[in-house]
Design a protein around this ligand. Structure first.
Ligand code: MET
Ligand SMILES: [Zn+2]
Length: 762
């Protein structure tokens, strides 16, 4: 019999129960016991949902109150000294490691661990510091506790945990550790703790465990053969049956050593990389290894084509038999919203296209059923839905398709090279070391309330627009008073930098409750691209033009770039991301031209997410970077030389793609720099930069006000590695999460530091 499995499920709970419980606990409004109760209820709900969907292999141990990698560190007793010193309860220590803690009265002040993106998803892991002296001890066997908890409910589960090599590859190397130290060097100390954890599971009667090793889809894992052999030869004798799961990509050459490990089966992501199946079948056919086929996407929200999935799975069944094949999700479902059932505003047609976590569980079960000879009603319905969707896709917007097909090389380039443009842009009359901000100003409670009221029809269109204009006027007057050089309108009218554009473009739909975890208790609701994207009317011109009418200083128009809109949405699965990005770029190109025609002389197209879309395997980089850079160029090249094109980057380490940032050929870029400044300065030294550039001079993620001297120091450091006449002075990112008071103090210091720079580097 072919069995069905699910690798993991969203942790948020129906009605955002966990987010609410955790935040209420943080605010001191509920107790640790109440939080534990809420968590228990959500775990029960998750297991029952998966079980009721008909899934055979149900995960446990994948629940978390914050992040599952953080859970591992805490459970393995990796609690850096700075947290131990605060003498907090276990739970509070755990949260402090995740998000820091400050309580001046009690003398508590400790910063959070570093956060990092989890593979190429928008989920963030907490990377706890490790150093040569780090010791591991089994603090808490979460997998065992949750297994027993489910068992008490009559549900047998398969405990889930990260494998030791993936764990050590994902955590952080402490800043104080020697240069040649890598956490992976701790492997020998970590293995015994895994043995202890796994043998406890085995003693408790656990039959099988799921060990997540997503690191196996990275290039570097190809060199880890000896480590994998060592680890699994040590674990196998004491552990329940082991399934190693991979996700987010292909295992490639690592398959050569994986097939010889003493494990019971290997899971592959066949959603992203269906082509790896043939090699995998070939590799395992003369072994006892089973294959777990990740056919149902854990990363997108589209209904799976079950017929196609069945055909793929059948290939494996034909060679290794039904007993060695499991059908599964391609990754944990943590990247999906929980359920379509709560979506009341989507049309029946839209609902028929989609599948969230709960529906994906049903798909996995239906797929296994079909392979076992029982095509359920759901399977039949799926065939109909998929062909209707295909029909819809074919009938998408021919005008958009034609326009994309008609993109020429010429449309990807500005009229003249940068030096010529720079001359033309002198008409903006900006001083040396021009000061500017990244776009948003504080999104105050008043702004959010006005938006909410407008949404509920408690404000008329006119009243709402008047309220936003008043905010814009406030921001413009503020910038006059502070003495900035290149103004912004402040973005009060935007709920979110992607959603705002999605809502005005054709081709997007939105969920009501499709929350997806970004980090900790922060969840986002990504828009969904469902058809060809086009623009009906100008989206931002009225606000920018109004702002410009209030001042003689140049006003910077503000747009979100095509790659970022796409990376922060659920893309379509039927056409490439490249084509979707080009469609978006064309829509934005029209907006850029309209802004310029309305008298806006500087236009910023933000691409903060360009780095995170970078493929995991280096062999795939060039293709991505080509279309990503081309998309940006397409969106910004429709204007004359005298329009100053800006772009902005943050959230990631841009070192490895910096030469491609240069290829964007923006006249000015701003880039988050104050957190990792040394690294970035080295990058500038290595690669140089020929256009104007503003490495952020202060971190906007904290309410802390940077002193004038600090900013001067940063400018001086930048001036050592970049030509001074190219330097622009700006913060790291937008100011929407800040208050006005600290914004005023910080920007005043910034302006003063820029004046100093003009004198000092004259
Ligand atoms: C995450 S990048 C944000 C850029 C946007 N223009 C802002 O200032 O908020
Ligand atoms: Zn930013």
């Amino acid at each position: 019999m072919v069995k069905s499995a699910v690798l993991g499920f969203p942790r948020i709970g129906t009605g955002r129960a966990i987010k609410k419980a955790v935040e209420s606990y943080w605010a001191g409004n509920s107790s640790a016991e109440q939080l534990a109760e809420a968590a228990k209820a959500v775990r029960k709900e998750r297991w029952e949902t998966i079980k009721n969907a008909g899934v055979d292999i149900i995960p446990s141990g994948d629940f978390t109150l914050y992040d599952h990698l953080l859970d591992h560190s805490y459970n393995f007793g990796v609690i850096p000294q700075r947290y131990v010193e605060q003498k907090l309860s276990g739970l509070d220590t755990y949260f402090a490691m995740g998000r820091g803690k400050q309580d001046r009265e009690k003398g508590i002040d400790v910063v959070a661990s570093e956060m990092g993106k989890f593979f190429d998803s928008n989920y963030h892991i907490v990377k706890v510091d490790h150093e040569p002296s780090t010791e591991f001890k089994l603090n808490f066997n979460q997998q065992l506790v949750e297994y027993e908890e489910a068992k008490a409910l009559g549900i047998i589960t398969r405990p889930v945990l990260f494998g030791p090599i993936t764990y050590l590859s994902l955590v952080r190397k402490s800043r104080d550790a020697p240069a040649d130290f890598e956490p992976l060097q701790l492997l020998d100390k970590l293995i015994p703790v895994y043995k202890e954890l796994l043998s406890q599971l085995k003693d408790a009667g656990v039959e099988a465990v799921q060990i997540d090793e997503p690191i196996l889809v990275l290039d570097k894992a190809e060199a880890y053969g000896a480590e994998y052999k060592k680890v699994y030869e040590a674990l196998a004798p004491v552990a329940p049956k082991i399934t190693i799961t991979t996700a987010y990509g292909r295992v490639g050459k690592s398959l050569d050593y994986l097939k010889d490990l003493p494990i019971s089966s290997l899971h592959l992501d066949l959603d992203r990389e269906p082509k790896q199946l043939d090699a995998a079948i070939e590799a395992v056919k003369d072994t006892k290894l089973g294959l777990e086929l990740g056919l149902i996407s854990g990363r997108n929200i589209w209904k799976a084509d079950l017929k196609a999935a069945k055909a793929l799975a059948q290939k494996a069944v034909d060679v290794i038999g039904t007993d060695r094949v499991v059908v599964s999700t391609s990754s944990s479902l943590l990247h999906c919203p929980i359920s379509l059932k709560v979506e009341k505003k989507l049309t029946a047609q839209q609902l028929s296209w989609l599948s969230f976590a709960e529906e994906k569980c049903e798909e996995v079960a239906a797929l296994a059923g079909a392979l076992n000879g029982k095509e359920s009603a759901l399977f039949e319905q799926n065939t109909n839905d998929i062909s209707a969707r295909r029909e819809f896709e074919r009938s998408s917007d021919p005008a958009v398709r034609e326009r994309v097909a008609g993109i020429t090389e010429q449309m990807l380039s500005r009229q003249s090279p940068f030096p010529t443009r720079r001359e033309a842009q002198k008409k903006l009359k900006l001083p040396k070391f021009p000061t500017t901000t990244i776009g948003s100003f504080p999104q105050t409670k008043e702004i959010r309330q006005a938006r909410a009221k407008f949404g509920k029809n408690e404000l008329t269109q006119q009243e709402y627009e008047a309220a936003m204009e008043a905010e814009i006027k406030y921001a413009v007057d503020f910038q006059e008073r502070i003495g900035l050089d290149l103004f912004v309108h402040g973005e009060p009218e935007r709920n979110d930098m992607v959603q705002y554009f999605g809502e005005q473009l054709n081709g997007f739909i939105f969920t009501q409750l499709g929350w997806v975890q970004s980090y900790g208790s922060r969840y986002v609701r990504p828009p969904i691209v469902v058809s060809d994207v086009s623009r009906t009317a100008p989206m931002t011109v009225r606000w920018s033009a109004y702002a410009q009418s209030l001042t003689d200083k140049p006003m910077k128009g503000m747009l979100t770039g095509p790659v970022t809109i796409l990376n922060w949405s659920f893309p379509r699965a039927d056409i490439s991301k490249e084509v979707q990005s080009k469609q978006l770029a064309l829509a934005l190109r029209d907006e850029v031209v309209d802004l310029a025609n309305a008298g806006i002389q500087a236009i910023q197209v933000d691409e903060p997410a360009i780095r995170e879309g970078l493929p995991l395997r280096k062999a795939d980089w060039d293709n991505y970077l080509k279309w990503a850079v081309d998309s940006f160029r397409l969106s910004t090249s429709g204007v004359g030389d005298d329009t100053q094109v800006h772009s902005h980057f943050c959230y990631s380490d841009f070192g490895d793609i910096f030469p491609h940032i240069q290829r964007l050929d923006a006249d000015v870029i701003s880039i988050e720099a104050s957190k990792a400044d040394l690294k970035l300065l080295d990058v500038f030294k290595t690669y140089g930069y020929s256009n104007e550039i503003g490495p952020g001079v202060y971190d906007i993620h904290s309410p802390r006000v940077p002193s004038e001297q600090e900013i001067k120091d940063r400018i001086a450091a930048m001036a050592k590695v970049l030509p001074v006449d190219l330097l622009v002075i700006n913060p790291d990112c937008g100011l929407k999460t800040r208050g006005w008071k600290e914004t005023e103090e910080s920007l005043s210091n910034l302006v003063a530091a820029a004046r100093w720079a003009r004198e000092t580097f004259a």
